[in-house]
Structures are given as C-alpha cells and as structure tokens.
Design a protein around this ligand. Structure first.
Ligand code: ADP
Length: 263
C-alpha cells in the first residue's frame, strides 16, 4: 500500500512536471523565435555580427529545449538505449562549449582528462544528457561562483575509487568525475538525491530528474555512480563505466591480450 501511495504521488508529480516542462519548453521556443526574428532584421541591415549573436542565442535556447524534452523522454523510457563504443574524452571535449554556456559567468569550467582514455559502451545521447545534468547541478550549487572540474581517469578494482566490493562486475573502469566547489549536500539531501522528482530547487528550476537520469544512464551501461559531498565545501559525483573490452570480451579471446587493441 505504501508503494501504491508512492506511485500515486509520483504520478501526481509527473502531471505537475509535464505541465512545468511544457511551460519551460514554451519559454525556450519564444527565445528561439524571438532571436530568429531579430537575426532576420539584423541580416537585412547587414549587421552580421549581431545577427550571428542572435542566431547563437537561438541555438542555445533550442539546445536547452532539447535537453528538457530528452529528460522527460528518458524518464518515461520511450527511448531505447542504443549502446555504442564511446571515447569519453572526445565526448567531453566536444561538449566543452556547451558546458561553458550552461555555466554562470562566475563559474569556471576546468578539464582534467586522462591520457589515452579507455573506451566505454554507452548510449551517446544519454551520456551527453547525464554530463550536462551533472554540470548544471554543479552550477546551481555555486550561486556565487566557483569552479567545476570535469575529470576522467582509468581505474581498476581493488583501489580506493573501486574497492573490491564494488557492486558491479568488471575490473577496469573509466571514472568520470564532475566536481564543484559549491554548497554541498546535507545528509538528508544526499540520502534522497537521485530519487525521481526529489529536488530542493525552486519551482521551474529543478525537476528532480537530473540525478535520476544519471543513475539510469549509468545502470544501462553496466556502471555505478558514487557521490561525495561536504556541506560548504562541495560535491563530487563520479560515474564509473566498464572499460569496453571487458564488456565486449569474446570468451575465446586470450585474456592476456588486452592493451591498446582499440587505439
Ligand atoms: P534537480 O537538479 O532538478 O533538483 P537532481 O536529481 O539533479 O534534480 O538533484 C536533486 C537534488 O540533489 C538537487 O535539488 C540538490 O538539492 C541536490 N544536488 C544535486 N547535485 C548537487 C550538487 N552538485 N551540489 C549540491 N547539491 C546537489
């Protein structure tokens, strides 16, 4: 019965959410249309610089609208995950402008990417949304500015980041960490973060689906999420995705033949 109550509450929240998303989506479309109109006028005046800026703003608005609907789609799971080999460093590098645009001006975005990264198997669209969700959370936790660091590392089981008891199979993982110098989370918030619709953000700002999407994405890819947070110091969210050969392993393959065969 408690489950049913929870489910009912979630459905109610879902109703609110879709209403909220429709509203936000509409606002973003207004931004896109407004800027396209502006660009058209500026082009007629041959004011190419400002026309370019208006087009850029339209593009940013359209991207944000995509993120919004993707979150909703991911939640309702209408999208089937399509796993493909992904180089996390390449993906992060491609997204670096988007990360900067998603961050407030007082937030610096830093990268610490490992040399010769390992490949992972993942749904690239979900991967992008998950990274954006983490960067947006980091930004939201730093209203007075700070630094968000996006870091990749190659980690193996039996080390501090992947203890022997790590709850998913595999020995080698790509670790992607998004670290901020923000507010941090209280114990109560930590315990509930990642629950669908749990948010501490004001209406219209948070959906409570960001970390839910991140967990869902990582689970699909056979990985694991860990969160460390200290109030007043900051938060770091790490996602661990199994290294590609570990998943694609052919049982007849020679296990000693690992190495850079993917490079
Ligand atoms: P939303 O961002 O829409 O609130 P999330 O699932 O992404 O949804 O996050 C849930 C809650 O977890 C947030 O409302 C916030 O309280 C907390 N949280 C998530 N990431 C961070 C972070 N980097 N720093 C501080 N709190 C965070």
């Amino acid at each position: 019965a408690e489950d049913q109550l929870r489910q009912a509450q979630k459905m109610e929240a879902f109703g609110h959410l879709t209403g909220g998303v429709a509203h936000d989506f509409n606002n973003l479309l207004m931004i896109v249309l407004g800027n396209l109109d502006r660009a058209e006028r500026l082009l007629k005046d041959l004011d190419l610089d400002r026309a370019g800026q208006a087009i850029e703003r339209a593009r940013t608005g359209a991207r944000r609208a995509t993120t919004l609907t993707q979150r909703l789609l991911a939640f309702s799971r209408r999208q089937k995950p399509e796993l493909q080999p992904v180089d996390p460093n390449a993906l992060i590098t491609e997204m670096s402008d988007l990360f900067r645009q998603s961050s407030a001006s007082k937030v610096v975005v830093e990268f610490a990417l490992v040399d010769q990264p390992w490949m992972v198997m993942a749904d690239i669209n979900q991967f992008e949304i998950a990274l954006l969700n983490l960067v947006i959370n980091a930004r939201d936790a730093m209203p007075r500015g700070g630094a968000v660091t996006i870091e990749t590392a190659k980690v193996t089981r039996g080390t501090q980041s992947v203890p022997a008891s790590f709850p998913v199979p595999g020995n080698e993982f790509v670790q992607i960490t998004v670290r901020d110098t923000g507010t941090g989370m209280s114990r109560e918030v930590m315990a509930r973060a990642g629950e669908a619709f749990f948010t501490t953000k004001e209406a219209g700002k948070g959906t409570g689906l960001g970390l839910y999407q991140v967990r869902d994405f990582v689970k699909q890819a056979g990985g694991h999420v860990t969160i460390e947070s200290e109030l007043g110091v900051g938060t770091s969210v790490s996602i661990h995705l199994p290294r590609l050969p570990a998943q694609a392993e052919d049982p007849s393959a020679d296990p000693s033949a690992e190495g850079d065969q993917l490079a």
